[in-house]
Design a protein around this ligand. Structure first.
Ligand code: BGC
Length: 767
């Protein structure tokens, strides 16, 4: 498909030809970040069709009353235009050779190299380097080396801070101030229109000719939403010239607690920039690479040994780790993870059940502190969950399907896309009736508490989250004529079917949530009377306990058919069966929507994504192998994997069933959602949850790791072409290193504070 970026080695994701049609792909998959900020890998020179994004986590703004809040696209700092003897450097004009762009996931550095011949015949070699510091959350570095190849050149450089960007047209900022200090330091202040967050961006340039620092005259320009400087220099043949641009970005949201005002922030950030100037690009890069080494590669190393194919598998796993760090807001529990991370405007920076069900396992097992922050976010966003419950006539905590800032409540847009048949906007029902999210949040808190052994979290937040969501379910159940409680009119994980009754995933998860609340009520009452009294007063537990008991006994739980298939809701199996081959073969998702509208799809047996299968995976022991197998056979044929969340769930399930080849095939598909050959699928940003999915395929699927009944279980099954798999697991404060070969499982306790009980292939062990 004209794409050559697949050349991957252990640590490098590389693109070795420039293809203007595929700009979006590389901008997203080569994005950099540190959880505070995300920077798309748009080139320094501008191209038609590019998307330049600098997103700062948690800085949500609502453009107008008809739009939902979203992460605003901050002023661009990466555009640096170069002219060689009057001709603007860009790869669409002139000719070029030796093009290569590499993202080094080990160090986090992005490097692009090219030899360019301008239309006027002048030749240059240019190397672009870029880093987002993992150590200094506000800092970005850019470095450009220009070599005059065999001819003298006149080089002109234009670089600045450019706020003429938007979120696909929605302008989230008003200008506050733009200044040059000492004709050297650029400062741009912009304010979000509704949330009134001030962003202060600073930049400074420095230059070197043939290895020696030089000062260039600065031609300062201040235009509407744009602050920049022009610099000119002449180079003899073979001379090299280096441009360094160091940037920092800070917002008043960072200093909510300290109460810094904009003036103070302007001063502070400028001082910080001067300190950064003294560090320089190379040291900033070095320091950040060390941080990557310490935080990720030394802390949670992975290794896959096997045949040639397995080299890609190892890369994909490490790339997933890279991604899961660049969008992780480890620094602030008021933020979570957007479905596209910080690599694009898709899903507007909102977080979903993706966090608890797909991403949390990786963080719980490799970075428990970070996992705790993500769960604290849910606790801190309870006010919005309470409001949503009230607005819908329920009690307790009804978590938003899409969540942004803490008190925003539901942020799912009401309308999106257009109906192919009627031409009218399609209503998004998920924000109103995709309700399993409340149980998913409770499930996340519970899992986190068990796996990490963090009782402090459970006492401060976890028990309350589980009970508050159980209160919601208690008020949500509807009595039916059959004497059972039903959950009618919902959307389950399979979003192609709306207004269904008794979605299996939703009902089983609600029942689990109610059951856990009962268990914790009884445990706290006996073992922690003070905490119990406090929660009882806050949540009226005594009264709710009776409701939960009654609910759990009478909630309707869909049962398998005679063939052993678990019906995903009351309607799906009665739908029309159609041949889905066409849609399964398409190189894009959602193709069925081009032929049928949602009303028609309601009556067709087609799943967007795993539904019952997620349940089998979360509640492994609740369903028999026969039910899992029969349901798998039935649903897999009817599933399009039109959500990136689907493939990994299928892969883990296949591995659990011993279907090794299928598990591996699905893992490879999951691993290539962003890294694969389909060039249009990442334009709006990478698929954050799919990276959690890749890790789950490897560690849960092939590694056979699961938390079952509060205990760690490891039942590995390596793919045919792997000889060895190594990964790290934190379990209740102990750090375990697990190495699996075809005939051996080696578990080392690297902390050794306490013995860890675990079961390996059915054998009970202590490590
Ligand atoms: C999926 C949801 C998912 C969301 C964000 C949707 O397409 O159907 O399950 O939470 O994307 O990733």
């Amino acid at each position: 498909m004209g794409m050559n970026y697949e050349k991957i080695n252990e640590w490098i994701l590389a693109e070795d030809c420039f293809e203007p049609a595929w700009l979006g792909k590389c901008e997203a998959v080569m994005a950099q970040g540190n959880g505070y900020l995300g920077l798309r890998a748009a080139a320094e020179e501008r191209y038609v069709g590019e998307t330049r994004n600098l997103l700062i986590n948690g800085t949500f703004n609502k453009f107008d009353a008809d739009e939902v809040t979203e992460l605003p696209n901050a002023a661009d700092v990466t555009a640096i235009e170069l002219w060689i003897d009057g001709q603007r450097f860009n790869l669409v004009e002139g000719s070029h050779e030796g093009y290569r762009r590499e993202l080094n996931i080990k160090t986090g550095e992005l490097i692009r190299t090219v030899h360019w011949t301008a239309p006027n015949g002048k030749k240059v070699k240019i190397i672009f380097q870029r880093i987002v510091s993992l150590k200094r959350l506000h800092d970005i570095g850019l470095k450009i080396t220009v070599e005059a190849e065999g001819n003298p050149i006149k080089l002109k450089i234009r670089s600045g801070i450019d706020a003429r960007v938007s979120n696909t047209g929605s302008q989230h900022f008003s200008e506050v101030e733009k200044r040059f200090y000492d004709k050297k330091y650029l400062q741009f202040v912009e304010r979000t229109t509704q949330s009134k967050i001030d962003f202060v961006l600073n930049a400074v340039h420095s230059f070197e000719k043939n290895g020696k620092q030089v000062l260039l005259g600065t031609d300062v320009n201040i235009e509407r939403r744009y602050l920049y400087a022009d610099y000119n220099v002449e180079l003899e043949a073979e001379e090299t010239f280096v441009i360094e641009k160091l940037v920092n970005v800070q917002t008043t949201r960072d200093f909510d607690a300290a109460g810094l005002n904009t003036d103070e922030l302007q001063k502070k950030s400028l001082e910080d920039l001067k300190a950064l100037e003294n560090i320089g690009y190379d040291d900033l890069m070095e320091e950040s690479a060390l941080e990557w080494q310490k935080e990720i590669w030394d802390n949670a190393p992975v290794m896959i040994k096997g045949d040639k194919e397995s080299e890609f598998d190892l890369f994909a796993l490490r790339y997933a780790q890279y991604q899961m760090r660049i969008f992780l807001p480890k620094h602030d529990n008021r933020m979570n993870i957007g479905a596209k991370g910080l690599s694009g405007e898709g899903y507007r920076g909102h977080c979903f059940w993706d966090t608890e069900i797909f991403l949390l396992p990786y963080y719980m097992f490799t970075d428990p502190d970070a996992a705790r922050k993500l769960e604290e976010y849910r606790y801190l966003s309870l006010p919005g969950a309470h409001r949503k419950a009230k607005e819908n006539g329920y009690k307790g905590a009804m978590f938003p399907w899409e969540s942004a800032w803490l008190d925003d409540g539901e942020t799912c847009p009401l309308y999106m896309d257009v109906d192919i048949v009627t031409g009218k906007p399609i209503k998004v029902w998920s924000g109103i009736i995709e309700q399993h999210i409340s149980a998913d949040v409770a499930f996340g808190a519970w899992q986190y508490g068990i796996i990490t052994g963090d009782t402090d979290f459970m006492e401060k937040y976890g028990y309350e989250l589980i009970m508050d969501t159980a209160i919601f379910w208690g008020s949500r159940l509807e009595p039916g004529d059959d004497g059972r409680y039903h959950i009618n009119d919902v959307v389950g994980p399979d979003e192609y079917h709306e207004h269904v009754n008794d979605n299996a995933f939703t009902n089983y998860m609600a029942a689990w949530n109610l059951g856990k609340a009962i268990e914790y009520y009884e445990m706290l009452k006996n073992d922690k009377p003070e905490l119990f009294a406090c929660l009882n007063q806050k949540l009226n537990l005594d009264e709710n306990y009776l409701i939960w008991k009654d609910s759990v006994e009478r909630i309707f739980l869909p049962q398998p058919t005679e063939e052993g298939i678990l019906p995903m809701d009351d309607r799906f199996m009665k739908g029309q069966y159609i041949d889905l081959t066409k849609y399964k073969q398409q190189d894009f998702v959602g193709g069925i929507m081009k032929d049928y509208n949602l009303d028609q799809i309601q009556n067709i047996q087609v799943c967007k994504q795993a539904d019952c299968l997620v349940l089998f995976y979360l509640m492994e022991e609740r369903f028999s192998p026969e039910v899992k197998r029969a349901s798998w056979d039935y649903y897999v044929e009817r599933t399009l994997h039109d959500s990136s969340l689907s493939l990994s769930t299928h892969s883990v399930q296949a591995a659990d069933m011993g279907d090794d080849e299928m598990a591996y095939d699905l893992f490879r598909k999951a691993a290539t959602i962003d890294l694969g050959p389909y060039m249009g699928t990442s334009n709006a940003g990478i698929h954050a949850a799919s990276f959690g999915g890749v890790w789950q395929c490897v560690v849960y699927g092939f590694g056979g790791v699961r938390m079952l009944n509060g205990k760690l279980r490891i039942n590995p099954r390596l793919p045919k072409n792997w000889d060895e798999l190594t990964f790290t697991l934190y379990w209740k404060g102990e750090k375990l290193s697990v190495t699996v070969t075809k005939d051996k499982v080696d578990v080392q306790n690297q902390t050794g504070n306490r013995k860890v009980d675990l079961s390996v292939n059915g054998e009970e062990l202590k490590v």
